[in-house]
Every structure is written in structure tokens, then in C-alpha cells.
Design a protein around this ligand. Structure first.
Ligand SMILES: NC(=O)c1ccc[n+]([C@@H]2O[C@H](COP(=O)([O-])OP(=O)(O)OC[C@H]3O[C@@H](n4cnc5c(N)ncnc54)[C@H](OP(=O)(O)O)[C@@H]3O)[C@@H](O)[C@H]2O)c1
Length: 350
């Protein structure tokens, strides 16, 4: 496999390289990291402490998928933002590589599969028409991975979700901003409400707006939580109401989820269904509950979707409440991207 990682110096790109280093994809021969001109020539093998030999970082402006030395490129994992995916993704796909895109650029396009390998792996049974597969939004992935096993209990009719999203969702710049503004507050200062990665200063605070709001007052992130599960679960009529909140947690997104089914359900049956689901760790009432710092504390834990506080809605026998936590950089991006690529390598078409 010859692989390009676009956005290799970012928080998601780094996780992708670490997963490749750990052997997540078979037969990796060549890894080409791509980033901005600022990062050209960086030695990520040394910086990230990898055993896998990664080439020096190539500046995006010098990365030409039609060039002869890239003729054998099999796979490109994009984690550099939607504008770069929109511009370069189709060119890389046209040159013959499979594009697995972590950005929002193509997610809702009809001819691009929106893939969660634990939920809709059949969408990768044939080569995607445009050679592009999209990785859903981080908050969507953990949500649908918790919902999918529960479909055995009844048809999903309505979701009400509040997300508590970590600063690493804002990339390296978001992490740096949370650290510097937190330090300023601890030193007795008050950070100025200057243009921020999170819209408003996040340190010791909550920001109930992720992405721009539309005329109806719905934020970009809330629209993703509404539209993407419908496509992945193939439930176009699923009713979803979301509130997306940025919280001063370094890593790990959490979600409070209220689910209404078309029939009565019990918390005990939900716990059994979630316990039987691969890639999910379900917590009974006597087993505590997941918290983002603990969830993100090891590779094993970061690879799972954690579901706790599974309980009945005492006022509606058809509804349940859950608390869902996952590592947004792993489950929410890099691991899912690599798992999508692995689905492709295991198929007959790649
Ligand atoms: N963070 C998350 O939790 C998460 C989850 C799911 C999906 N995603 C998606 O993954 C993508 C990357 O997010 P991130 O959080 O990893 O961001 P990040 O830490 O800010 O990293 C961005 C990466 O893109 C590169 N880049 C930025 N502008 C560039 C340009 N003009 N030309 C070439 N390279 C450029 C950066 O290179 P330099 O270092 O050289 O600037 C860096 O490698 C985004 O599309 C994001 O929506 C992120």
C-alpha cells in the first residue's frame, strides 16, 4: 500500500500516522505526509517516535497526484479541512487512489458513501462511484455506533441530543488556545473575547454554539448531528433535535441522548444489546459511567464507544436516556478513517 496522509501534522493526521505505525493497515510500503508549506521537510518519523518510516513532509503545493512518482498511490486519507478536500480530493481519486475524507466536504452527496464500518459496511462493498468515501462528523460517529445496536429493540423515531465537545475538535490551534487562555485565567487575568477558534473564550466556560448559525438559529454542528445519522442509518424521516456545546475538556466528546422508539423498551434490554455490540463498552448502573479523560487514557479505551447512564424515561415507556463518550480524534476521525480503508483492502475491488 502506498498511502498519502493529507494534513499529517494536525491532531487527526498524527493519530492516522500512529495507527499506521501500529499496523492498522496491512502491507504499508510508502507513507507520504502532506501539510502546508510551513511544515515542508519535517521529519514526523522522529517527531512522533514512529517505527514506520514516513517520508519528509511534502508541501501541499508540491503534491501533484498526476506526477509519475505518485502513480502507485493506493489510498489518501484527507484531514486538512473541507476546502483542501474539495480542491484536491477529486484529483487524487481521478489518479486512481481511494480517498477517505475526514472533512465535511462530500458527506451529504448522494454518490459518496458516509461510512461507519460498525454500522453500514455494505456501503463499501463496491468501489465508491467517485473514488471518495466520507468519514462522518466525530459527534455523529459515536452517536450512530451507540444507536445501531439498539435498533434490535424497536424502530427509532426521535432523538434529542446534547453534545459536550472537547477542545481538540478545534484542532491544534484549539488545544493551544484552551491551554493559553486557561493559564491566563489561573494567573488572575480575564482573556479578551478576541476572535477565537471556538467563537468565544472556552477556558473555564461553555460555548453553546459550534460553527455558524443559520437563519433558524441552528448551528452547523447541530445540522450535522441531524442530517448525518439519517443518511448512515438509512432513516430519512428520523426526527433529531440537537444542541452542540463546546466544553473545556482537552479530548473526548460526550453526548446526552434521549431516544424514542415506536414501542415500549427497557433499560435492561438496551444494556444487553449494547454489551453484545462489537466496539462498544456498556456500563451497568453499578459500573460507574464513562468520562472523557478516562476514555481517552489508553489506545484500547480510545478505540471504543463508551455508553453509560442507560436508563428509562419514567414519563415515556417508549424512550431511553444514555450518556455516550468517545475519543473524537480516534473513534471520531482517525480510527474510523483507517477502518474504512481496511474495509476497502478486504474487498475484492481494491
Ligand atoms: N479534531 C477532530 O476532533 C476532528 C474530528 C473529525 C474530523 N476532523 C476533521 O479533520 C480535519 C483536520 O482537523 P484537525 O483537528 O486535525 O486540524 P489541525 O490540527 O488544525 O490540523 C490541520 C492540518 O491541515 C493542514 N493544513 C491546514 N491548512 C493547510 C493548507 N492551506 N495547506 C496544506 N495543509 C494545510 C495543517 O498543516 P500545517 O501543520 O502545516 O499547518 C495540518 O496538518 C478537518 O477537516 C476536521 O474537520 C477533525
Amino acid at each position: 500500500m502506498n498511502i498519502a496522509v493529507i494534513g499529517a501534522t494536525g491532531v487527526v493526521g498524527k493519530q492516522c500516522l500512529q495507527l499506521l505505525d501500529a499496523g492498522a493497515l496491512p502491507g504499508v510500503e510508502r507513507v507520504i505526509p502532506v501539510a502546508s508549506g510551513r511544515s515542508a521537510g519535517r521529519d514526523l518519523t522522529a517527531e512522533y517516535g514512529l517505527d514506520l518510516k514516513v517520508e519528509p513532509v511534502v508541501a501541499l503545493a508540491d503534491f501533484d497526484p498526476a506526477a509519475a512518482d505518485l502513480a502507485g498511490l493506493d489510498l489518501a486519507i484527507f484531514s486538512a479541512g473541507a476546502p483542501i478536500s474539495l480542491e484536491l480530493g477529486p484529483k487524487v481519486a481521478a489518479a486512481g487512489a481511494l480517498v477517505v475524507d475526514n472533512s465535511s466536504a462530500f458527506r451529504m452527496e448522494d454518490d459518496v458513501p458516509l461510512v461507519v464500518p460498525q454500522v453500514n459496511p455494505h456501503t463499501m462493498a463496491t468501489r465508491p462511484a467517485r473514488g471518495i468515501a466520507s468519514v462522518p462528523n466525530c459527534s455523529t460517529i459515536q452517536l450512530v455506533r451507540a444507536l445501531h445496536p439498539l435498533r434490535a429493540l424497536g424502530n427509532l423515531e426521535r432523538l434529542v441530543v446534547a453534545s459536550y465537545q472537547a477542545a481538540s475538535g478545534g484542532g491544534l490551534r484549539g488545544l493551544e488556545e484552551l491551554a493559553s487562555t486557561s493559564r491566563e485565567v489561573l494567573d488572575g487575568g480575564e482573556p479578551a473575547e478576541t476572535p477565537s477558534r471556538f467563537g468565544r473564550t472556552l477556558a473555564f466556560n461553555l460555548v453553546p454554539e459550534i460553527g455558524l448559525r443559520d437563519d433558524a438559529g441552528i448551528s452547523h454542528e447541530e445540522h450535522k448531528l441531524r442530517r448525518e445519522p439519517r443518511k448512515i442509518l438509512d432513516l430519512p424521516a428520523l426526527r433529531v433535535a440537537a444542541t452542540a456545546v463546546r466544553v473545556p475538556v482537552v479530548n473526548g466528546h460526550s453526548e446526552a441522548v434521549h431516544i424514542t422508539f415506536d414501542r415500549p423498551v427497557t433499560a435492561a434490554d438496551a444494556l444487553d444489546a449494547l454489551r453484545a455490540a462489537p466496539g462498544v463498552r456498556a456500563y451497568g448502573e453499578d459500573e460507574g459511567y464513562p468520562r472523557p479523560r478516562q476514555v481517552c487514557s489508553s489506545v484500547e479505551s480510545s478505540s471504543l464507544v463508551h455508553v453509560g447512564r442507560i436508563r428509562a424515561d419514567l414519563d415515556d415507556p417508549c424512550s431511553l436516556l444514555l450518556w455516550v463518550v468517545a475519543d473524537n480524534l480516534m473513534v471520531g476521525a482517525a480510527l474510523t478513517a483507517v477502518e474504512i480503508a481496511r474495509l476497502a483492502t478486504e474487498s475484492t475491488w481494491m
